[in-house]
Design a binder for this molecule. Structure first.
Ligand SMILES: Cc1ncc(COP(=O)(O)O)c(C=O)c1O
Length: 347
């Protein structure tokens, strides 16, 4: 774990930039390996790979969080203390067992990075705490770094933050980051042109050098109206959760879109796409069995309709599988249909 008191948070243009700052500090301190959840997107680990750290995949529990047993096994295989990327995926928080494994790992020198991108609504206050030098920092709750992409759940198109850096360096960015900020501003003015939003994502996939959060977005996060906006968003999400509470929701009660596990998840996603809803998150190959519900009551109704026929199919399949079928005796069937008079002499 880092040796001295953490300094102020650093606000960046994206979550990956915040992770890059963690990667640089850890690398400089001799860390060479990151244990990362298998349920993730590439932007969460590329910053570490760019700094030359090895990324080891760790299996996840159905909640999407690191599975405690798999994490303990991965730790046992490390030859020096690694950095553990603990993402609060889908707004889920570590429970007792995972917390225990994380705390034990930290006590033996592993560094814990909490990725609070999906808990940013719940943790907004602590994430946005802008402690000046000497005024203390956010309570990291038994972690070394608290990181988030703020642009996913908070009302800004670019933004990330990292708390806990011991040697925070002001990110400088490069020309690409200037383009990124310009295109993000245009995309926000023309929300009806989705390709502009895609252009922002494409630029982010090139602009890995940590850049500062553009000033106007810092100001928006400090504006007095933000609290009310976040409260309304949380309330809307709570209603959405209530609307699908009877389905197999893997993040019940989270301040995040409901995530539904369903055998026909792909068909439900297609039904939503046909109705004009793009998924808030889909990581191909990782979340294929899940549907992350768009934040709209109509989406809940569409998902429910698309999920419905499957329940019937499953019931039929369960009925078919409820016992061994009698082998069908074709000859007996034919002879039962043959007229009893057949073959008798006539006339
Ligand atoms: C959990 C999580 N962390 C970090 C990131 C990276 O954030 P950004 O895209 O702002 O760089 C993402 C992006 O999808 C994410 O889902």
């Amino acid at each position: 774990m880092p040796t001295s008191q953490p300094a102020s948070p650093v606000f960046t243009a994206a979550g990956r930039h915040a992770l890059a700052l963690v990667a640089r500090e850890a690398r400089a301190d001799g860390v060479r390996e990151v244990l990362a959840p298998r349920v993730r997107c590439t932007a969460m680990t590329t910053p570490f790979e760019l700094e030359g750290l090895h990324v080891t995949d760790v299996d996840c529990a159905p909640s999407g969080l690191l599975a405690p047993g798999a994490l303990a096994a991965a730790l046992a295989a490390c030859d020096r203390p690694p950095l553990i990327l603990h993402a609060e995926t889908f707004g889920n928080r570590a429970d007792g067992e995972l917390r225990t494994v994380l705390a034990a790992a930290r006590s033996t020198g592993a560094r814990i990075v909490v990725d609070a991108t999906h808990t940013a609504l719940e943790r907004a206050e602590e994430l946005l705490t802008d402690a000046g030098p000497g005024t203390g920092a956010a309570d990291l709750d038994n972690a070394d770094y608290l990181v988030a992409s703020l642009r996913k759940l908070l009302p800004i198109p670019l933004g990330g933050v990292v708390h806990g850096l011991v040697r925070p360096a002001a990110p400088t960015g490069d020309e690409l980051n200037a383009d990124l900020a310009a295109v993000a501003a245009i995309a926000e003015r023309h929300r009806d042109v989705p390709v502009l939003k895609d252009a922002v994502e494409d630029l982010l996939d090139l602009a890995w050098a940590p850049a500062p959060m553009p000033g106007p977005y810092r100001a928006r996060l400090a504006a007095p109206g933000l609290g009310g906006k976040l409260t309304r968003r949380r309330a809307r999400l709570a209603r959405l959760h209530a609307a699908v509470a009877d389905l197999d929701v893997i993040n019940p009660g989270a301040a995040y879109q409901p995530v539904i596990a369903h055998p026909q998840a792909a068909a439900i996603r297609t039904a939503l796409a046909r109705a004009g809803f793009s998924p808030p998150l889909h990581w191909p190959g990782v979340t294929d069995g899940l549907v992350v519900l768009p934040d709209d009551p109509r989406a809940a109704a569409i998902a429910r309709r698309a999920a419905g026929p499957t329940a019937l199919r499953e019931a039929l399949a369960a009925g078919e599988a409820s016992g061994p079928a009698e082998p069908f005796d074709f000859d007996a069937f034919i002879s039962s249909k043959t007229p009893k008079t057949a073959g008798l002499p006539t006339g």
